[in-house]
Design a protein around this ligand. Structure first.
Ligand SMILES: [Zn+2]
Length: 274
């Protein structure tokens, strides 16, 4: 039996670009199909029934048709446009950061409902507490987890011994915590002892015990309790820096593999959309 030509899915709009005279090329993150690029035909005409549905950070229920290369949006119904989040510049900026990471880590034809739900939950938490950056930190750590890149936080990533309190360092691109005796593979310059440095593609940095404890708490605590976590400014900055470095490392790798995948899917003979 042939696969159905039409389907419905919930989809969060991440980006839109003009296409042709009046169409929009959409980048969506869907509940059922992962990242999806689709066309909304005529959506730039003021008379179109699709006009105004695809601003970034709008959650729609979409009806789509399979296209030869790109699927076509036939109908859209708003579920949530996160209007409270968009009403403050801070909230909007944080929301767009979530969208950017979702675009980078999400891949086409690879549904990840945990990632989809995490993103919606994080947007909801930002909407509730736009002054707190903790929902972003929670999102970064759990984005790594649900994408298969969770950094080690409890043992040494090299020798697997349980870390003694305070006897650790952290490697954003080497898999997480290390004991003081181990170096990650590719680390070749022990003569440099600066607190943070890069060598041969693998970096090792000091990480305070307080920040490691907050990372573990982010790992174990439900998102609803996260905006109330209190910490000093030094720990908050270190947390942002270490998660940012880890996300950027994997994002670079992911973007390269995604664009390769998208290139393959858009070849004329691609089996994916035919
Ligand atoms: Zn070790």
């Amino acid at each position: 039996m042939a696969a159905p030509r039409t389907y419905r899915t919930e989809a969060l709009s991440l980006r839109k670009m003009p296409l042709g005279e009046a169409d929009l090329l959409l980048t969506l993150y869907t509940r059922d199909a992962g990242k999806l690029r689709a066309v909304a035909k005529g959506a730039r005409r003021t008379t179109s029934k699709l006009v105004g549905y695809f601003e970034p950070l709008t959650l729609n229920l979409l009806a789509l048709s399979k296209g030869r290369n790109l699927d076509i949006v036939n109908q859209a119904q708003v579920i949530d446009n996160f209007s409270d989040l968009k009403s403050s510049l801070t909230g909007l900026t944080q929301g767009l950061y979530i969208a950017e990471l979702l675009d980078g880590f999400g891949s086409e034809d690879n549904p990840n409902q945990e990632l989809y739900q995490l993103s919606l939950d994080a947007l909801g938490a930002i909407e509730q507490a736009p002054a707190s950056e903790m929902p972003l930190r929670f999102f970064e750590l759990h984005l790594l987890r649900v994408s298969g890149f969770m950094p080690e936080l409890y043992d040494c990533v090299e020798c697997r011994r349980t870390l003694e309190p305070g006897q650790h360092r952290f490697s954003p691109d080497g898999g997480g915590t290390l004991c003081l005796d181990c170096q990650p593979p590719g680390f070749q310059s022990p003569e440099f002892q600066a607190p943070e440095f890069q060598s041969a593609g693998t970096s090792v940095r000091n990480l305070s015990l307080s920040t490691l404890k907050v990372l573990r708490m982010l790992h174990r605590t439900p998102l609803a309790e996260i905006p109330d976590l209190k910490m000093g400014r030094t720990v908050a900055l270190e947390l942002k820096s270490v998660l940012g470095a880890t996300v950027r490392y994997w994002l670079d790798k992911e973007i390269r593999s995604n664009s390769f995948l998208e290139h393959l899917q858009n070849l004329p003979d691609s089996p994916v959309y035919s």
